[in-house]
Design a protein around this ligand. Structure first.
Ligand SMILES: [Zn+2]
Ligand SMILES: [Zn+2]
Length: 167
């Protein structure tokens, strides 16, 4: 059966994500204008700088609210060595090309990436894996900004493109 466009571009985003050298999280993203692929990016250290596989992850610990309306705070570890995939995508594409385009990304963008994407000229964000921590504020931002923000349902990533231990 022929792949629909959503599946086609999300599959490419997952293939791109396998380039990431951060063992904690592999994120891939592609920029699409009409049906044309304008750019690809994944999370990684700046060029010429040691990446997570060479220098190890750069871990910070942060407290964030526990899910499901609890007031409890839980400690989370996050790797900050990499530039997020969405930010790399913006660094390597042109503003004029982005006007009205669609971003496919393997993971729901974090608050900072969503905020930047909202100001980047794109019209739509399609993601697959949820990121509940930032969902509410990102969804509110997208609605306010009038951007389409949707999770791809009934989708299965290509074989061997997901990290086993994504934390
Ligand atoms: Zn890392
Ligand atoms: Zn991000």
């Amino acid at each position: 059966m022929r792949k629909d466009w959503d599946t086609y571009f999300m599959d490419i985003a997952f293939m791109v994500s396998t380039r990431s050298r951060c063992p904690r999280r592999h994120v891939g993203t592609v920029l699409v204008q009409g049906k044309k692929l304008l750019g690809t990016a994944y999370n990684g250290a700046p060029m010429g700088v040691q990446d997570c596989s060479e220098a190890g992850c750069m871990i910070v610990e942060e407290f964030e609210p526990a899910p499901a309306g609890s007031t409890e705070m839980i400690k989370k570890q996050r790797c900050i060595r990499t530039i997020h995939a969405e930010q790399n995508l913006l660094l390597f594409t042109d503003r004029v090309d982005r006007e009205g385009s669609v971003v496919y990304v393997t993971d729901q963008p974090c608050w900072t990436c969503a905020n930047m994407l909202a100001n980047s000229g794109i019209a739509e964000i399609v993601y697959y894996r949820p990121y509940p921590k930032d969902y509410d504020k990102v969804a509110a931002l997208m609605e306010q900004r009038g951007l389409i923000f949707r999770k791809l349902d009934n989708y299965t990533p290509p074989a061997d493109t997901e990290v086993q231990d994504g934390s």
